[in-house]
Design a protein around this ligand. Structure first.
Ligand code: C2E
Ligand code: MG
Ligand code: MG
Ligand code: MG
Length: 295
């Protein structure tokens, strides 16, 4: 009967509680602390953006930067996105966080554009949760509009799995954004196991070759062949192609030889705080383009 069911529920509830309490190890405690910290991070202004420079291979010019979020945790110091983005996605906190990141990226690049007169492109990463929001396109257009940044200076990065989530919805949203003028990139290209037919279906501008292919491209002929194929695919479809994770001169030389359009990686520059990126940028503009010194 109902009474005994209630009794059993209470009993097992109590057992569960004891079970969880004994299992409340340091790992789950750390997670709980991280989650409660994350809840306040936007309000307490603990997020910041780092900027990683991107170079055009044919000219050696700085042509853009990727905005990469960091969390300045009051006790734990700088926390990298790999540690908190999965949690931010599970809890929905990635929505205010992502909104902040977009707004801040637009604000900062408008400031730099006004200061230097050079319209660099800024790339911002999206979470699938953010992209799937019904008012996502309106949010982007409003944010870009309010910042005064020309829409073509903003590039939104989405992964294959985000794009393939709901293909009709993706097509509709990307079409709106593309007509508005923002650029669209596929991040971590080659890791998503998805059909390539979406590349002709969606209004994509750029493929970002995942760093896992770049890592061994000068030693592993198969990685070299994959990169070559990606570059040819991109160019055949009239897309720009950028290689991520370029750490060594030999990789840069290989990519230049294969006519890759752009590179991003520690070789050219690490992700930098706003102040340090500004110095990097002013330095790059002062030196002008000197591709020969890079190649
Ligand atoms: P991602 O978008 O693929 O960004 C590239 C990652 O590779 C960055 O890690 C960058 O610091 C790192 N990297 C760049 N050059 C090199 C290199 O030469 N060698 C190596 N080994 N690594 C390099 P980071 O900053 O830790 O970001 C990790 C991921 O977190 C990003 O991968 C992106 O998926 C996500 N993320 C970063 N910022 C945001 C954001 O604002 N919103 C969302 N939703 N995701 C973000
Ligand atoms: Mg990215
Ligand atoms: Mg990537
Ligand atoms: Mg194009």
């Amino acid at each position: 009967n109902a009474e005994s069911a209630m009794y059993h529920a209470k009993q097992s509830g109590r057992n569960n509680f004891q079970f969880y309490r004994s299992e409340l190890n340091t790992a789950s405690l750390a997670r709980i602390l991280l989650e409660s910290g994350l809840r306040n991070a936007v309000d307490r202004q603990e997020f910041l953006l780092f900027y990683q420079p991107q170079m055009e291979l044919a000219t050696g010019k700085l042509i853009g930067m990727e905005a990469l979020i960091r969390w300045q945790h009051p006790e734990q110091g700088m926390v990298s996105p790999g540690e908190f983005i999965p949690l931010a996605e599970e809890t929905g906190l990635v929505i205010p966080m992502g909104q902040w990141a977009l707004k801040e990226a637009c604000r900062q690049s408008k400031v730099w554009m006004d200061q230097t007169g050079v319209p660099l492109r800024i790339s911002v990463n999206l979470s699938g949760i953010q992209f799937r929001l019904p008012d996502f396109t309106e949010m982007v257009m409003r944010t870009v509009g309010e910042s005064g940044l020309p829409p073509h200076c903003l590039e939104l990065e989405l992964t294959e799995s985000i794009a393939m989530g709901d293909v009709e919805e993706t097509l509709e949203k990307l079409t709106i954004l593309s007509r508005f003028g923002v650029l669209l990139a596929i991040d971590d290209f080659g890791t998503g196991f998805s059909s390539l037919s979406y590349l002709k279906k969606f209004p994509i501008d750029t493929l970002k070759i995942d760093q896992s292919f770049v890592r061994n491209c000068t030693r592993d002929p198969e990685d070299a062949a994959i990169i070559r194929a990606f570059i040819n695919l991109a160019h055949s479809l009239n897309l720009e192609v950028i290689a991520e994770g370029v750490e060594h001169l030999e990789q840069l030389e290989f990519l230049a030889q294969e006519s890759c359009d752009e590179i991003q990686g520690y070789f050219y520059g690490r992700p930098l705080s706003g102040d340090k990126f500004e110095m990097f940028m002013l330095d790059a503009f002062a030196k002008k383009a000197q591709p020969q010194t890079l190649l």
